[in-house]
Write a protein that binds this ligand. Sequence first.
Ligand SMILES: *Cc1c(COP(=O)(O)O)cnc(C)c1O
Ligand code: SF4
Length: 368
Amino acid sequence: MINGSDYTARYPNWNDWKWQLANRITSVDKLSKLLRLSEPEKADIHKCLEHFRMAITPYYASLIRPGDPEDPVRMQCVPSIEETFSCTDDMTDPLCEERDSPVAHIVHRYPDRVLFLVTLKCSTYCRHCTRRRVVGEEDRVISEKELRSALGYIRGHTQIRDVLISGGDPLVMGTERLEKIISALRMIPHVDIIRIGTRVPVVLPMRITDELLEMLKKYQPIWINTHFNHPREITPDSERACAAIVNAGIPLGNQSVLLKGVNDSLSTMRELLLKLVHMRVRPYYLYQCDLSRGISHFRTAVDKGIEIMHGLTGNISGYAVPKFVIDAPGGGGKIPVGYNYIISKDDREVVMENFRGDIFRYPQPPAG
Ligand SMILES: *Cc1c(COP(=O)(O)O)cnc(C)c1O
Ligand code: SF4
């Protein structure tokens, strides 16, 4: 691995996000030059690419330590033969997003908010992507007609006060195109907050430009949620991107996915969460890995997540602790799961355990 300044000496446009996009690693040959892959490794990746596509920004690829197949950055972006193994529980659309989609690109599951999938494109395709049934099949952007009907749906449903712009990665779109969507949403009186879900601070931090932030600032309140999974993804570049977002007055949250071999240990998770809070990024959700096709090798037992949550709670700042959720297969939505601190509960008292395992009692108010 060489440091960032060496890359800019070799590639003068390294810090230009459009250069990063144009130079994504999408072929086995290009990847092989970087990672010195063996012939069997190359054959496996070829096989995998028959099912799922690959794209990695040069920036994100530069974080991989060549020669280590278990590198946490590599595991998230380089295809593995395990993606081609099918598992009986695998589902194409485990979250039933299609059933809850009243018009194309909108998922309306909760009473007051919708998911608005504005693009299917990402700068880097995560191997663990939950939406891989659609993401990256082709770098397709929503058409004008689909955009009009999605906006029409939001306009026609006054209970929608929160729109979560996601995809794909919305920040891979040009600023002008994104502004068209955001400004149209801002004109709808009942839309209160606009959220953007993006992995750009992690995989393409140079996308967080002054031009983008100046645009977003015009349409406050805007919240951004990003997706760091491992402390190795926190670099001077990603720190700069996060600071710029927060300094623009945009609250920044993070969602992680619990991934076997990547971040399924208490020490890795604790280091990640503390570093996020240091960057003023608030951990929001920790997701149990779901049942999308080709990602079963990333799944951990649910108890692993509960054990990690138990190890975090009380031991580090409350601000650093996300909510652990399972997005229920079948479209049940996000269900918080965790350690049960209540030992018993009746009309007289609640008996509880604290984070150290000591027992405490809370007397119930006398019955009225
Ligand atoms: C996650 C999600 C949301 C947002 O949920 P919050 O808990 O408010 O972050 C909205 N719609 C769908 C379909 C979702 O999956
Ligand atoms: S950035 Fe998000 S949508 Fe895109 S591949 Fe990764 S997880 Fe999927």
